[in-house]
Design a protein around this ligand. Sequence first.
Ligand code: CA
Length: 714
Amino acid sequence: MIRFSPLLLALAIGSLAGCDQSSSPATPQAKIVSTARYGATVNADRLIFADPREWLSHGRSYDEQRFSPLDQINADSISSLGLAWYADMDTSRGQEATPIVVDGALYVTTAWSNVKAFDAKSGKLLWAWDAKVDRSKGVDACCDVVNRGVAVWNGKVFVGTLDGRLVALDSATGELVWEKMTVDTTKPYTITGAPRVIKGKVIIGNGGAELGVRGYVSAYDAETGEMNWRFYTVPGNPEDGFEQPELEEAAKTWKGKWWEQGGGGTVWDSVAYDPELDLLYIGVGNGSPWNQAIRSPGGGDNLFLASIVALDPDDGSYRWHYQTTPGETWDYTATQHIILANLEIDGEERRVIMQAPKNGFFYVIDAITGKLISAEKFVPANWATHVDLETGRPVEMAEARYEKTGKPFIVYPGPQGGHNWHPMAFNPETGLVYIPAREQSTGYVSDPNFEASIRGWNTGIDFAKGAALIRSSSDAVRPRQSYLKAWDPVAQKERWRVPQPDPGQTSGILTTGGDLVFMGNAGGEFVAYHAQTGERLWSHITQAAVVAAPSSYVIDGEQYVALLVGSRGLPEAGPGAIGATTDKSTNNSRLLVYKLGGPATLPNKVIKLKTASGQSDRPAPPPVTASNETIAHGEQVYGRYCSVCHGPTAVSPDVGTFPDLRHSPRIGSNEAWASVVMKGELAEQGMVSFAPSISDSDADAIRHYVISRANQQD
Ligand code: CA
């Protein structure tokens, strides 16, 4: 059932001879048996070979293709695909991890960086590990307290925690082996990305460029936890000397005192590795602050922001880089998923890197040299007309540089990107890349009063004015939409697309040797499409919105597909909504595992919110009593400090996780409001005090802004 060449098949049998017994069912003495199982034998050879019967690393194999050659579940058999087992994740926060499957165990991370291990066949919980992340750390997370998964190596499971630790757990028992703090804890660093293990080194980056940090990626010895090397993606203060020789050159592309606000360039998601070239590739994030006129007054390319950088995995030394967005000023990270593949281009087989970063261009780059091969828009983009293939540089539209012209401008894609972290997938049999794509515009307005602070987004952009710009110019704004897009990377052309139910949300993708593309959606479904045509072949109601990517594996001759579901409350509409109202129900975060003939059914369970802020018993809002000036000030402060979680224009995108403040019983009382906003009464739930950043009168102005919004119809 695995489409292998005879040579590869022989290799597979040979390399697995020692662990065939590992696919027998778990016994009651699982702990004893498991010391010889469960990730104990993962080594360099196994990771490079990446047997398709397991899912050994984040993107399945080091090339991060997220292609499973398995084909027992295929376009013909899929009608009998059913739920084999499921497990509740005990949280209403987002689920972004890809399940890792090795030696019969399945490992996932869940919200707050917690780890769970299951028997991959039976679904029995083997162990669970609580990262015990201080809930007040949640305020530093740009985009919920999520985690995208673990890495496994030589009997250890590695996870990066939201508060910046790299942790090694015993893969059989979940006991702590070692942990290292990888960040300066006085700064708003977070880790949400999955580690990768390359040649015995655990590679880990971090996030925080929205708040003001300096990006880097580090390697730690998998056995001891000692740091092997660290590569900074942006230069620090030249007076302190440069940690790496190429940073001296990079510093020439910056102006002003960029280091005072960190500069950004965090490596918060993508890592890929080519064992033959022995090159490690990292995706580098946006600038901090976003607004380049503030970050680097006078411009410059600001290396290595928004770049793919190739490193030597042994010592972290620089090999080459390709910058997708020189002098980025729109949050155009190049941290999106990097895929390595062999493509035939102009009659020649080339080893290439493919990336569809936020900026809307699909890049094909020579994996050996870093030279651009081709770049075309995979979604509409108005910040650049095209990419010049000679220079490798985008040809920008002057108006899009709002920070230079001083004039507000609606740019697409916006900061959510034409494609975000949700992994895309490449199927070498169809030759297509499947991209979870979306279209979205954002009003960029420079904030002339910008001052960096410790608890707000330090972007240098006035979000309130940007939102107003969008509201007042609806004709100029492209409709928001999202879709699964099949992209031919050689022709750089779309082959087909399937619209997705939520215009603002997409999910990760798996493609298989069974001619299938698997993708969940925000409408609460898990769907399989034909990889050639996009025809919808199968779906299952997940009772939760989906953002994560599935993985696939085989045990005892049966192919499984595993997926974490849960994000942003229950689906509001569509087949997966199970008649629940999102105002009253948190999401059903779960691990769902499927196989042909799977007999399990989900309980028709709707988890109730603990707080009573549902639509039916919603009290009438207090009357508007504040001046327009106060409300406008409140809107501005809200835009900077509150909107990321509680939603732009005070409409919560996810009432299951972030209360819709318009319906808060606290908005009628300055005291009740201040006890949360300024005194941190709900810090244990992640709502810390904002007293370090805003004044009492700022807090009250926010309250009056929310009251004014509660009295409006939209
Ligand atoms: Ca960002």
